[in-house]
Ligand binder design. Structure first.
Ligand SMILES: NC(=O)c1ccc[n+]([C@@H]2O[C@H](COP(=O)([O-])OP(=O)(O)OC[C@H]3O[C@@H](n4cnc5c(N)ncnc54)[C@H](O)[C@@H]3O)[C@@H](O)[C@H]2O)c1
Length: 442
């Protein structure tokens, strides 16, 4: 309503009563049950919360209900328990259910498109749904990694536009997820959470929600600080991985074993953190998150040369792997055309089935474009679909393929390389497969 529309006869009238929060049937609703949202929903449930677990994809819900989701063993057990108590763990795609939860946590994907521009389609859709369903007394918490100001743009402002007073009628917080899928070393409970709120009361409610399962909650002064914290964490990793890759190449040129150097440097108890080189980065975080920051900075004409260069180098890493394979083949007197290349492990990291942004997919396509006959073996990924449209199935009997060269891309803990012939040329993309005799590094 513009100022001209204000009804002066209401000026002195008593304010209408604020809508009051009636009791909620559930403590929390998780929107988006992917690699992050599902373990989060299970952590809340295991912590004693009544949970609405909501996903837009009925296929995903069927997979979860059939216990087919890619989870670490402890979460698999939690899922089993949760599915046996449907009154306290409600799997649904019905967005009208959201109004039954005291808090709504948004955990949908935030990828980038082919031009590395943030693709906010899922986040916008999820936030619009949550805002439309919001009711008095509810807390809305964004946990997807995103740009600075996103929670204000997609949640806080639209709630105000709905006529709700943020910090009084409804509450808005941001707390990025820090889960590391497939990593059994860090239970979700023990990883501290950072939270910021739109107001002090929002921060307080956000912290109380997280404390339902997290042992430690670190509060920051604003939504923007919390959003930026996550961007720093993952940009830090990206830049350091790019540096580790560069050090690997430098060590290669100077004939120094890079892994030994990193392990030696790691003995310093302060000022150093080990990052290891590899064939590139994948997954939904490192190849994507820094671009949320770069995209925002570009619009503001703010220089971020170090981050830009690191992301460029990271994106180029799979090509470097292909060059190394060509080099190794050349030394054996073979060209790439018709060469038989076997890739061991195609997921982006060990012990997950996640193929998103995996460097292996680009490497296989690049080698196939050069005329190589490329196959792979990976018990976590029985079938792959490449950007080129090519498809492959994991070889059941890799030894029978008789490769000219093997690229070790990812080693799961249960990887069995017993089929490797002692005289097969192996390029160790992990840099850490010291058990393979005669391996060459990237
Ligand atoms: N994967 C990781 O290692 C990791 C770690 C920390 C943080 N994050 C962040 O967490 C967020 C989620 O990542 P993820 O890996 O779990 O994604 P994901 O692709 O595995 O899962 C997202 C889920 O959200 C569902 N979804 C999409 N749009 C929806 C909507 N409008 N309503 C309801 N459900 C919807 C999808 O069906 C899917 O099941 C991202 O922002 C990511 O950056 C990811």
């Amino acid at each position: 309503m513009s100022t001209l529309d204000v009804r002066t006869d209401l000026w002195d009238a008593p304010a209408p009563p604020r809508p009051t929060a009636t009791a909620f049937d559930y403590d929390v609703a998780i929107v988006g049950l992917g690699y992050v949202g599902l373990p989060t929903a299970l952590a809340y449930h295991a912590g004693g919360s009544r949970v609405i677990a909501l996903d837009a994809s009925s296929r995903r819900l069927r997979t979860i209900a059939a216990r087919g989701a890619d989870l670490i063993d402890s979460d698999r057990e939690r899922l089993d328990t949760a599915l046996r108590s449907p009154a306290a763990f409600r799997l649904t795609s019905d967005v009208t259910e959201l109004s039954r939860a005291a808090a709504v946590v948004v955990c949908v994907p935030t990828p980038v498109d082919a031009r590395q521009v943030p693709d906010l389609t899922a986040l916008r859709a999820a936030c619009a749904t949550v805002v439309a369903a919001a009711r008095p007394g509810q807390l809305v918490m964004l946990t997807s990694t995103t740009y600075v100001g996103c929670t204000r743009d997609l949640v806080e402002r639209p709630l105000r536009e709905r006529g709700m007073e943020v910090g009084v009628d409804v509450f808005v917080a941001f707390s990025a997820e820090r889960i590391d899928p497939g990593n059994v070393g860090f239970a979700q409970e023990v990883v501290p959470r950072v939270v910021g709120g739109a107001t002090a009361e929002c921060e307080e409610r956000g912290a109380r929600l997280l404390a339902r399962y997290a042992d430690r909650v670190h509060r920051v002064s604003s939504l923007a600080t919390a959003e930026m914290t996550k961007l720093l964490e993952n940009t830090f990793r990206a830049v350091n991985i790019a540096l580790a890759n560069e050090f690997a190449d430098i060590c290669g040129a100077l004939d120094v074993p890079v892994t030994e150097v990193i392990e030696a440097a790691s003995t310093k108890p302060y000022g150093f953190m080990a990052f290891y080189p590899g064939p590139g980065v994948g997954g939904h975080c490192i190849p994507c998150d820094p671009h949320y920051l770069l995209w925002q900075l570009k619009a503001l004409h703010v220089d971020a040369g170090v981050i830009t260069e690191a992301m460029t180098r990271i994106a180029a890493r799979p090509r470097r792997v292909v060059e190394r394979i060509r080099d190794v083949l050349g030394r054996a007197g073979k060209g790439t055309l018709g060469a038989r290349v076997l890739v061991v492990g195609v997921t982006y990291k060990p012990d997950v089935a996640d193929l998103r942004e995996s460097p292996a997919l680009e490497i296989i396509d690049l080698l196939a474009d050069l005329g190589a006959e490329v196959q792979y073996v990976d018990t976590h990924a029985p079938h792959i679909h490449l950007v080129s449209g090519r498809e492959r199935d994991s070889l059941a009997d890799p030894g029978a393929f008789h490769p000219d060269v093997v690229l070790v891309h990812t080693r799961h803990h249960d990887s069995d390389l017993g089929w490797l012939d002692a005289d097969t040329v192996v390029v160790d993309g992990t840099y850490r497969s010291a058990d393979i005799a005669g391996r060459v590094l990237l």
